[in-house]
Structure formats: C-alpha cells, structure tokens
Design a protein around this ligand. Sequence first.
Ligand SMILES: Cc1cc2nc3c(=O)[nH]c(=O)nc-3n(C[C@H](O)[C@H](O)[C@H](O)COP(=O)(O)O)c2cc1C
Length: 349
Amino acid sequence: MAGSSFGKVFRITTWGESHGPAVGVVIDGCPAGFGLEEADIQVMLDRRKPGQGKYSTARAEEDRVRILSGVFEGKTTGTPISLMIENRDHRSADYSAIRDVYRPGHADYTYDEKYGIRDYRGGGRASGRETACRVAAGAVAEKLLKELGVTCKVRPVMIGGIPAEEEKTVRELLDAAVREGDSVGGTAECIISGVPAGLGEPVFDKADARLAAAVMSIGAVKGVEIGDGYAAAGSRGSENNDALRADEAGRISKLTNHSGGILGGITDGSDIIIRAAFKPTPSIAKTQESINSEHENVSLSITGRHDPVTVYRGMVVMEAMAALTILDMMLENMSAQAENVIRFYGNRK
Ligand SMILES: Cc1cc2nc3c(=O)[nH]c(=O)nc-3n(C[C@H](O)[C@H](O)[C@H](O)COP(=O)(O)O)c2cc1C
C-alpha cells in the first residue's frame, strides 16, 4: 500500500476514501516563507468540484479546504502542510446495490483481488474523489510556479470523438449519453509555459517519463502524449525535427515544437505540451454483464451520481499533476550545476 506519495523534493501524500469523513493531502518539502492561504487553494478546487454543470456528477460537495498545519501567519513554515477536505454529501446507500458486485471498467474486481477487502462505497481510493487532494496540492505548486514565471493551462480537445469547441454538438452527444444511461471518453491538453531549459534527470527520471507517469496516475487516463505523440510515428525526420535558430543577441529559439518542449528527457525552454486520453466514465446506468464476489454471473445497472464524461473535471487534475511535476523538477534541478551550489553556499563568512 505504499503508492500514495508522489514527488521527490516537493512531495505529496494523499489520504482518505470517497465515503470516509474526509480526504486530504500532506505536502512535505514546500519551501518556507511562501505566502499561502486557504483561498489560494479553494479557487482551483472550485474548478474541479462536482455539481457545477449539467454534465458534472450531481454530488453537491462543498469541497472546502482547511489548512491544518505548515502555515503560520499566512506563510509556509517549511513543515508538512496538511490540507483536509471534508466529505459532506456522500450517500453510501447509493452503493449498497454494488456491495458484492464488480462494476465493469472500475477498480472493484482488481482491488478485491489485491487486498481481499474493498470499501465499495464510491470506489474508495479509486474514486475520482481522491483527485480533489491532488488538485489542492497542485494549487500550492501552481502558486509557487507563478512566482517563477511558469503557468499551466488546460483545455478539452475532443469529447466523444467531437472537437470540444463544437459545443452544441458536444452537448447533444452528452444529452444522448445521459438519456441512454451511457458515458463517453475524450481528450484534454495541458500547455506549460515559462519552463526553463534543463529540467529532467536522465535516464529513468526524464521529464517526459515523469510527466507521463503523473498524468497516467489519474483515474480514467489511458493514454498520454508529449508533443506530436503518436502522430510523430507517421511523420518524417525532416518534418518532425524542430529546427534551432539563434538571433543576433544569441537568443535560441525553435521554429516548431513537435517534440513538445522536451529532448532527451530534458526540457528545452519551449512550451511543454501534454495530451491525455480519458476513457468513458465506467459507472453507467445501462445494464451491463458482470460477476459478483462469489464469481457468479450477474446483470447490473448502476445508480448513484456519475459524470457522463470525466474530461472536464479530469483536466483540472491533469493541470495539478503537471504543476506538481514541474515544480518538483525545478527544485531538484537547483543542484545540477556546481556554479549554482557555490553561488548559494560559497559566500558564507
Ligand atoms: C475527476 C474524476 C472524476 C471521476 N468520476 C467518476 C465517476 O463519477 N464515476 C466513475 O465510475 N468513475 C469516475 N472516474 C473514473 C474512475 O476514477 C476510474 O475509471 C477508476 O478508478 C478505474 O481506474 P482506471 O480507469 O484508471 O483503470 C473519475 C475520474 C476522475 C479523474
């Protein structure tokens, strides 16, 4: 059960289940003396919270974050920052019907196989609810990144195979999915700007490997691309290589960014472009075939509140995971060159 922590220097550990009293995150390694208040975190949590739109689960969580530790008089103290979000609108009764039944596409069967015990209420740790903790921690990372000139922006790209900007068609598709008790998948993109060249640690901690692991750890994400991603497999070197140029002042730029801002696992200073594929929400009302914990065949129709598509809320989690990864790599990179270490420690009297 040691998989709940993420990051090396700016390290987060999320805790809690969907239908327990609360969920939360402990951030260890946040630099001290940095201004932080609950409102800074709340803004980002509000973007992820359920019950906001027609296609968002009707679970009306308030998602109020509380800072329990690590901040004194509005500033981080360098000690672990503990953030807690109470679970207020959970209706565990909604889940009694699936107590002994494995939802196809969800983690019920695999959790039971692994642990021999399962918190069936809302999927426990495999619930989208856990991602509120990542978003809370990501808000802290993003605030610090802003001071460093780095921004992360996400947008939906495709919803159920339709370009996300075709809102009317997307709405019709989602309405039809809800009517039919079904769900759809989609893709989202995250662009990180202002990232310095030089982040990423060869060879197993390459920047692209770290970002892919971060985004792939989000529930329902089944694919991650950096830059041109899968499309690069169909192009030629002469098209895919990004030409480098220097201007009179010696400033370096790239004419294109097929690589998505990373070469050899190290950031090159241009925008980092990540795309993620979200599968359709597994919990659907449509009747499905499955088995129960006695391994008998059953039919089930899932009640409770579920989004017909996870992309809109999931992309906020994607932004949080990207921010956490970039900040972690920036802090890590401070010791890459002796000059930086000497500048920091060498002038002591
Ligand atoms: C923000 C967010 C919200 C989600 N909401 C739901 C939901 O309401 N119902 C559901 O069945 N799955 C939901 N999921 C997806 C499940 O968490 C995920 O499919 C499940 O844990 C199985 O993991 P896997 O799809 O990565 O294999 C959500 C995921 C995210 C990121």
